[in-house]
Design a protein around this ligand. Structure first.
Ligand code: CO8
Length: 316
């Protein structure tokens, strides 16, 4: 995607492609006739301002992601920034600079990050260039982060006389630990992609030009898995971030139990016992046709016959 002229109306602040088109090098569509099934692409579209998150953009983003969340055809969402220079360089500082404690409290944009974090559909941030301040917080609010090797994360709010206000102190501390989060938040130091991977808050680092293609591939792998189980896993893992361990374990157990009796649970276990690939229920169709899991997907597919060479006897 080349850097473009800034949009002049609110709808253009966030672009949506659903289903997303496959991408090659530098994020360009490869074959418009072959979309990525079940995957939506959401693009933050203020490239001239390094995709700074104005209140209008945040509101639009929240609306777009919530609408996709309601659509049974959407099973994974990739969020990226327009252009190659930034995912998002933070909240819009010009707009922030004129706020008061009261105006911020009343601003619906202030809740944009929470609304994105709250959707049940798994979200993946595809990050090239700067992910700073509210931009880093948006990436951290997603379930996974695919970073290009040109990505740089940071919480520079301290340099503006404030602190991260959209989850940075909480999510970063949980993702990388108190001592490391303290250093980054108190100094505003930028973290290059390779260090972010070492610290453990990104899923994967890839050559910059392949960032979007990789994120879409990852989203496609998730979208091919049984929808109810995916949503339950997402809810359970998010709970690990949001509650004390005892509450999280209870919630995990409830979600686990809740999957028993679903068609996908019955089919997944039956397929294992019958040594065949599972055929997942089509999304949004409780007792309709089933869809085959793709070959080579990361899910519980393609069991080798018993007795064939494998890592461990009966290891499931
Ligand atoms: N807000 C508004 N405009 C921005 C922002 C931003 N965060 N970042 C960049 N821009 C604009 C610049 O003003 C510039 O516009 P113009 O060409 O019209 O002057 C354009 O983008 C390009 O930026 P630069 O010329 O500065 O490009 P450089 O390559 O020299 O520098 C940097 C790139 C290092 C990313 C630099 O732009 C920068 O430091 N940006 C600000 C980073 C920052 O401090 N982010 C944190 C903001 S505070 C925040 O995010 C709080 C989140 C919680 C808020 C909750 C309440 C809503």
């Amino acid at each position: 995607m080349a850097d473009e002229t800034p949009p002049d109306n609110t709808a253009d602040l966030v672009l949506v492609e659903h289903p997303a088109l496959r991408r090659g090098e530098d994020g360009r569509p490869t074959d418009p006739t072959e979309p990525v099934a079940g995957v939506a692409l959401v693009i933050l579209n203020r490239p001239r301002a390094l995709n700074a998150l104005s209140f209008a953009l945040l509101l639009r983003l929240a609306e777009v992601v919530e609408a996709l969340d309601e659509d049974p055809a959407c099973r994974a969402i990739v969020i990226t920034g327009a252009g190659t220079r930034a995912f998002a360089a933070g909240a819009d500082v010009a707009e922030l600079s004129i706020q008061t404690a009261e105006s911020l409290g009343a601003s619906p944009g202030f809740r944009g990050w929470d609304r994105v974090a709250a959707v049940a559909t798994p979200t993946i941030a595809a990050v090239r260039g700067y992910a700073l301040g509210g931009g880093a917080e948006l990436a951290l609010a997603c379930d996974m982060i695919v970073a290009g090797d040109d990505a740089a994360f940071g919480q520079p709010e301290i340099n503006l006389g404030v602190i991260p206000g959209a989850g940075g102190t909480q999510r970063l501390a949980r993702a990388i630990g108190k001592a490391r989060a303290m250093e980054l938040v108190l100094t505003g130091r930028r973290v290059p992609a390779a260090e972010a991977e070492r610290l453990g808050f990104v899923t994967r680092v890839v050559p910059a030009a392949l960032t979007l293609a990789t994120a879409l591939d990852l989203a496609a792998a998730v979208a091919a898995q049984p929808t109810e189980a995916v949503r339950a896993a997402v809810a359970a893992i998010r709970t690990a971030f949001e509650t004390p361990l005892a509450d999280g374990l209870t919630r995990e157990r409830d979600l686990f139990r809740g999957l028993f009796g679903t068609e996908d649970q019955a089919e997944g276990m039956r397929a294992f016992l019958e040594r065949r690939d599972p055929r997942w229920r089509a999304p949004g169709e409780p007792s309709g046709p089933v869809v085959a899991a793709p070959e080579g997907s990361a899910g519980p597919v393609a069991r080798a016959p018993r007795g064939s060479a494998g890592p461990a006897d009966g290891a499931h």
